[in-house]
Design a protein around this ligand. Structure first.
Ligand code: URP
Ligand code: ZN
Ligand code: ZN
Length: 458
């Protein structure tokens, strides 16, 4: 099958021009002005943006968490992602404490068989010991799983201590991988939660008040210090605030590079939502912050301190959220977001003049491909790359709503949010995935992407 995308504005992280893109099989094989080529199918992209399929490196699909499971499975989650222009996700495998990485991998391989979009896994190491160290090497060398997630919070379930963290960093560095982190001070948060519960402070607002900015700033700085000591490449997930960003900024003074991801919700929503009666919809960790933090994060993107915008998509239905109706600490943490990342970042970032179009492509696709070792197969429009392409109408205005989203959540955390710019057509490895509001790909089309070394020169 061949497809010719004609006359679109082709935007990558470093270029922006009007051209045709010719696709044969799964790959892009030619790019140029008025290509003299006949294809089986031609798509007119005049007036549209043509950019690389989005990569969301932070999603939780069908994940056991806080006594329940996140409500999107691989089929529904990757389909919803594609409706929004995200063609690949990186999900998290959770090691069960006391068990092996291999057994967790097997569990996730079963879940992911029905993916519609492409995917990879980060391996969350929740129990580090000599046996785990050996398995880490195998994950990198044999499985192409090169990023290892750690938690500095969620004690008793997911957290590892600093000694384990440093040992993990050493082995990961030696073998060409990357350590990622949920960087918040778990002990401090647990004591604030306990204090609030003892006083009868049970509403969602106290979720926010139990995780003040300092808990994230301190852990981010500590993680950066441990990276500096070990020389391991590292990546901080879901950064929310100015204090944490300043910890990374400080690390740059000793010529250190720490990769940073923020998420679309931290760029566009703020903590005032926790005062609402339905505040549980936005209970996530770390919590939404203040307007000043949004300003810091957008600036961080422009300064190159924040390289990636993900979602931390971890949806729950309202019934699941009700598990914590009398106690904020029992509300499953997370929200539905996978579908809206690209459009929110375009609308609030590019359309409002906060970031350039090239920067948009960088933070929604290219940098994730580079950091997580799959560039230029993924993350760009170039000859030889996978034909993962979004055709985007920058003028279409629409309103986000539970009535129109495709995520398995019976509410939208963005109900009524107006956005400018809409994903119209999506291709994944040369096949049309989304067209005229319909998904054309079947469960199982999505492929696992083996990854290599981080490119450190971003
Ligand atoms: O609230 C969140 N973020 N839920 C998912 C788990 C995590 O910490 O990323
Ligand atoms: Zn987290
Ligand atoms: Zn997460």
């Amino acid at each position: 099958m061949s497809i010719l995308i004609k006359n679109g504005r082709v935007v990558t992280a470093e270029s922006d021009y009007i051209a045709d893109v010719f696709i044969k099989g799964e790959k892009i094989v030619a790019i140029g002005k008025d290509l003299p080529i006949k294809a089986r199918r031609t798509i007119d992209a005049t007036g549209k943006l043509v950019f690389p399929g989005g990569i969301d490196p932070h999603v939780h699909l069908d994940m056991p968490f806080m006594g329940t499971y996140s409500s999107d499975d691989y089929e529904n989650g990757t389909r919803a992602a594609m409706f929004g222009g995200t063609t690949m996700v990186i999900d998290f495998i959770l090691q069960t404490q006391g068990k092996t990485l291999r057994s967790a991998l097997k569990t996730w391989q079963k879940k992911s068989g029905k993916a519609i979009g492409d995917y990879s896994y980060h391996m969350a190491v929740t129990d580090f010991n000599d046996k785990t160290a050996k398995e880490v090497v195998k994950m990198i060398k044999e499985e192409g799983i090169t990023s290892f997630k750690t938690f500095m919070a969620y004690k008793g379930a997911l957290m590892i201590d600093d000694g384990q963290m440093v040992q993990l960093m050493k082995i990961v560095k030696e073998n060409g991988g990357l350590v990622t982190v949920h960087a918040t001070n778990g002990d401090m948060i647990d004591s604030l939660i306990a204090k609030n519960r003892a006083k009868g402070n049970m509403t969602p607002l106290y979720h926010y008040l139990s995780q003040p900015e300092v808990t994230e700033a301190e852990a981010s700085g500590r993680f950066a210090d441990m990276l500096h000591y070990t020389g391991c490449p590292g990546y901080i997930v879901h950064m929310t605030c100015e204090g944490a960003l300043n910890a990374v900024r400080k690390a740059t003074l000793r010529n250190q590079k720490v990769f940073v991801e923020t998420c679309s919700q931290y760029l566009v929503l703020d903590a005032s939502l926790y005062e609402r009666e339905d505040g549980a919809k936005w209970v996530m960790s770390p919590p939404l912050r203040e307007k000043k933090d949004q300003v810091a994060l957008w600036s961080g993107i422009n300064q190159g301190l924040v390289q990636v915008v993900g979602t931390d998509h971890c949806p729950f239905t309202w019934k699941q959220k009700q598990m914590g109706k009398d106690d904020f600490s029992k509300i499953p943490n997370g929200h539905p977001a996978i579908e809206h990342r690209m459009e929110l970042t375009y609308s609030e970032g590019v359309a409002k003049g906060k970031i350039s179009l090239n920067k948009f492509v960088e933070v929604t696709s290219t940098n994730a491909a580079k950091i997580f070792g799959m560039y230029p197969k993924k993350g760009t429009i170039s000859i030889g790359a996978d034909a993962d392409i979004v055709i985007f109408n920058p003028e279409t205005e629409h309103t986000l709503s539970v009535e129109t989203h495709h995520m398995n959540a019976d509410y939208s955390s963005y109900e009524g949010f107006k956005v400018k710019g809409k994903t119209e057509t999506v291709l994944l490895r040369g096949k049309v995935g989304i067209e005229k509001g319909k998904c054309k790909l079947k469960p199982g089309y999505g492929q696992f992407v083996k990854r290599g070394r981080t490119s450190l020169t971003i």
